[in-house]
Ligand binder design. Structure first.
Ligand SMILES: [Zn+2]
Length: 190
């Protein structure tokens, strides 16, 4: 549970992680059991919306974890790769050899990922919004940049540098000070 209460996470993401671990997040299967929702099905696909489904198996989760996995790989110098499985995603359990910095980054990004998935699910469910995988990818990258920007203002210069910018890193500051994510270029689809 240590990683759930890790102070590197801001309160809202701790909240979602805590609710997932204690299985009290208001997914549709829970709402249905409590007669609050008319259907246990996912807001984004026809399957039952459990936390495992929404945060791991649903199509809306895939682009989020793809971007986060790719970014984490840059911080690990491509040496090893964190498998974002149910233990990592639902319980924030990061296996070795993810040492302190990578562990912190993994937890930050996994919790951010859960927030993004919950945000997309809310927009689909309550505002009838439609998303493509590409839009979810773009939203994920925007939220990651936002998070890094927030850290830049809240952390000490040294703390921010050693967490986000020290090599190997998937992040650099652009010429005008904006946050640039150095993700591998994706093949263009025609
Ligand atoms: Zn779904």
């Amino acid at each position: 549970m240590r990683n759930i209460h890790n102070k590197i996470n801001y309160p809202d993401s701790r909240e979602i992680s805590w609710q997932i671990v204690h299985n009290v997040l208001a997914t549709n299967d829970v709402l249905y059991r409590h007669h609050i929702s008319r259907s246990p099905n996912c807001a984004c696909c026809p399957l039952v919306e459990t936390t495992a489904h929404l945060f791991l198996d649903c199509w809306i989760a895939k682009p989020v974890w793809q971007e986060i996995e790719a970014l984490l790989k840059c911080f690990a110098n491509d040496k090893f790769r964190l498998l974002l499985d149910y233990r990592a995603v639902l319980f924030n359990i990061i296996p070795p050899p993810f040492r302190k910095r990578l562990n912190n980054l993994a937890i930050i990004l996994i919790n951010l990922g859960k927030n993004i998935i919950w945000e997309v699910r809310g927009l689909v469910k309550f505002e009838n919004r439609h998303f493509s995988s590409a839009q979810i990818s773009a939203l994920t990258l925007a939220r990651i940049r936002q998070r890094i920007r927030t850290d830049q203002y809240l952390m000490s210069v040294e703390g921010f540098f050693s967490l986000w910018l020290r090599q190997p890193s998937g992040v650099r500051l652009g010429a005008d000070g904006d946050i640039v994510l150095c993700l591998p270029r994706k093949p263009t689809c025609f």
